[in-house]
Design a protein around this ligand. Structure first.
Ligand code: IVH
Length: 694
């Protein structure tokens, strides 16, 4: 990058334009789509560069300069609202035994043998909100945030049908915060994703994310367009409590005109409590929205008061989470997919089956050995499981239903896409196609990887489009992406070549084509870690790419050392072993890879890497694990932050873990940390530790 003091006026002008575009795009991803793609550090670097150039050339400051935009701090564009009564979370349990134990512990605490009345309420899988009414008028609304401070979403909340803006009932408290959950129904979620797909936008992973993304919109008109729903289930700050139990509150809330879940139940005995779980678990798939468990609350407020609170959770309530959902269905076909590195992955096509409200028609079979181990055959009935967003898994075969004429599955020895030999190297679980880039499946997957979010992050080049463009010969290799715009117009009087004219294709228009070209232009300069990751070298993921960038500084340096077979430094890097080093060196030995690279580097400038890691930070050298849902940053941001401060970010908890940062609804990792006595931090405590607390 040219030093600001050496920039010519011409260069400065051009760069201010590209910075304005780039920052606006990053802002948009962060604020509008809840889907940031830059780390805080990358974003700050852009802002600083913009500031420095503007300081030297004040007369070039643009009308749309990012420095002129008011507010827009990276933390959040929403005003903060402090909850005078904190919004707490609930402890989780996962089994009937734990449920019975919970009721017992309540009894022991209260020193009674009598039955304890409890409400059983579906645990809505959305985002909690708090709506404040003064003299019957809705005056403000907030998200939960970290439980103490939330975001001001008053105007957004007002757009949600069903939430009264005014309540005139004589028994409505003068001051009350009505609290509950904002969610998106399954039907509205599918419709929204379909719409997004048609617009080449990334679909939301699940209704919960869609609800979050829709509610946290700076423009409430966008929230209004998305169909959100809400339910209330508790209250916060209040002038006076005019009821003596939770069930009485729920009845009043309904009478005041608030949406209340019709599946809420009052249980008089432990047997009722257990029964309510069974009943709801069975109804779950038929509900029009996602629930992830049941919340049990001691009904009597007097008893609730006696029971009180643990640090962050009430002793009078608990969340019983549903286990991963299962179903039985038949394997109609076993297909073998070919991945980016030629790995053959078997996938089962299933007779479609409803698993917890989601229709499942495929499941992964992992690899050859897994099929053998479970003896999975065509036509078998199998038990499948779906947990959260992950691809459904086959747990096992229902042998009683196996057809008498069935034969063991034989794994192909040739690539189903290109016919090349598929071989299994010693010690490897996967069989790989040897076709390399002459195998269309591998070439397509490499392109998809190249443009993916963590790599070049080119919006507008989704999987479907890559496949189409590949088949038509429009895109065959990475460099083709960067000549797309030049090839688009093309058909002038002196040339016989016809332009591509993407804007005339079905599903495209002037705007979407222009957006794509802009997105591609924005990526002509790229950070070193992203570039290395984008190459798709076997075993080299994001973390390794970063390590390589840190240790080699520039792509030129890295590539020349690799081509000279100089692996000494590579092997000295903590985190890079023999096998990985071999894959890396082999990549640079392949003629077609070198050709791809040299062609690509004609269009792309790879920034040298500056190590900005803060080795003096309090978490430098520590191993940290994140679990649960974070409220103030995305998981990716949190990880990036920790890494920038010199921490090692691990995926699972072990005795070597120094800190586990526990977000909302954390599961087994938090439990494991507790068992191992590993220090646990809330998100706020973590931010405080690294000096970004409020
Ligand atoms: S009561 C002090 N009731 O679950 C109790 N929460 O793990 C406050 N949730 O943050 C919560 N349905 O977002 C309660 N019927 C229900 C609920 C419910 C969903 C969510 C809520 C809360 C989380 C706690």
């Amino acid at each position: 990058m040219i030093d600001v003091k050496d920039l010519t006026e011409e260069q400065a002008k051009a760069e201010l334009l590209s910075l304005a575009t780039e920052i606006a795009k990053a802002d948009n991803a962060y604020y509008q789509n809840d889907d940031p793609y830059l780390t805080d550090a990358e974003y700050d670097a852009l802002k600083h560069r913009n500031f420095d150039i503007e300081a030297r050339f004040p007369h070039l400051v643009r009308a749309d300069s990012p420095s002129k935009r008011v507010g827009a701090p990276l933390q959040s564009a929403f005003k903060k609202i402090r909850h005078r009564v904190p919004m707490l979370s609930l402890a989780d349990i996962f089994s009937e035994e734990e449920l019975v134990e919970f009721v017992e512990s309540v009894r022991r605490f209260l020193n009674t043998d009598s039955e304890i009345e409890m409400t059983a309420e579906p645990k809505m899988d959305g985002l909690s909100f708090s709506a404040r009414y003064e003299n019957g008028v809705l005056v403000s609304g907030a998200t939960r945030g970290d439980g103490i401070t939330g975001e001001d979403i008053t105007e957004n909340l007002k757009t949600i049908a069903g939430l009264p803006h005014k309540v005139t009932a004589p028994d409505f408290p003068k001051l009350i915060e009505m609290r509950g959950e904002v969610y998106m129904s399954k039907a509205d979620f599918f419709a929204l994703n379909e719409k997004n797909e048609a617009l080449h936008k990334k679909p939301f992973a699940n209704p919960r994310n869609a609800a979050a993304g829709s509610l946290r919109q700076l423009d409430p008109n966008i929230t209004r367009e998305r169909k959100l729903s809400l339910l209330v289930y508790t209250w916060g700050e209040i002038s006076e409590i005019l009821w003596t139990s939770q069930s009485e509150f729920l009845a009043k809330a309904e009478a005041w005109g608030f949406p209340v879940n019709p599946y809420n139940k009052l249980c008089r005995t432990v047997a009722d409590v257990v029964q309510s779980y069974e009943t709801l678990a069975q109804t779950r798939a038929d509900l029009p929205y996602d629930i992830d468990g049941i919340v049990y609350k001691v009904n009597s407020l007097a008893l609730q008061n006696r029971l009180g609170f643990l640090t962050r959770t009430p002793r009078w309530a608990i969340a019983h989470k549903f286990p991963a959902e299962k179903a039985i269905t038949r394997i109609e076909n076993i297909r073998v997919q070919v991945g980016r590195t030629g790995a053959l992955t078997p996938v089962a096509d299933l007779e479609p089956v409803n698993v917890g409200g989601v229709i499942v028609s495929h499941a992964t079979l992992h690899n050859e050995d897994e099929i053998k181990r479970k003896d999975i055959r065509l036509g078998d009935y199998v038990t499948i499981q779906r947990a959260g967003d992950v691809i459904p898994q086959v747990l096992g075969v229902v042998l009683e239903k196996r057809p008498s004429d069935s034969t063991p599955y034989e794994f192909p020895t040739h690539c189903p896409e290109c016919g090349a030999h598929a071989i299994r190297e010693e010690d490897e679980a996967v069989r790989r196609c040897t076709g390399g880039l002459s195998c269309p499946a591998q070439a397509i997957e490499r392109l998809k990887h190249f443009v993916s979010r963590e790599a070049f992050n080119i919006e507008g080049l989704g999987s479907k489009i890559i496949e189409q463009f590949f088949e038509e010969g429009i895109l065959r290799k990475p460099a083709d992406i960067f000549t797309l715009e030049a090839r688009n117009g093309g058909d002038d009087l002196f040339s016989t070549a016809q332009g591509l004219h993407l804007e005339n294709r079905e599903g495209w228009g002037e705007k979407s084509a222009a957006n794509l070209f802009q997105a591609i232009r924005n990526r002509r300069r790229i950070t070193l870690p992203r570039f290395i990751y984008a190459l798709g070298i076997r075993q080299v993921g994001e973390a390794t790419s970063l390590l390589i960038a840190k240790n080699y500084g520039s792509f030129q340096n890295f590539s020349s050392k690799m081509q000279a077979d100089d692996v000494e430094k590579l092997l000295s890097i903590d985190g890079i072993g023999q096998a990985m080093a071999k894959d890396i060196v082999e990549f640079f030995k392949e003629e077609h890879n070198l050709q791809t690279l040299s062609e690509l580097l004609k269009y792309v400038e790879v920034e040298p890497f500056e190590d900005t890691t803060n080795y003096a930070s309090p978490i430098s050298g520590k191993t940290v694990v994140f679990t649960g849902t974070l409220e103030r940053m995305t998981r990716a941001e949190a990880k990036a932050k920790a890494a920038a401060l010199g921490a090692k970010v691990a995926g699972s908890v072990s005795a070597h873990t120094d800190y586990v940062i526990v977000g909302a609804e954390a599961g087994s990792k938090a439990k494991k940390a507790q068992e191992l006595g590993v220090a646990m931090l809330t998100e706020s405590e973590f931010l405080e530790l690294i000096g970004k607390g409020v």
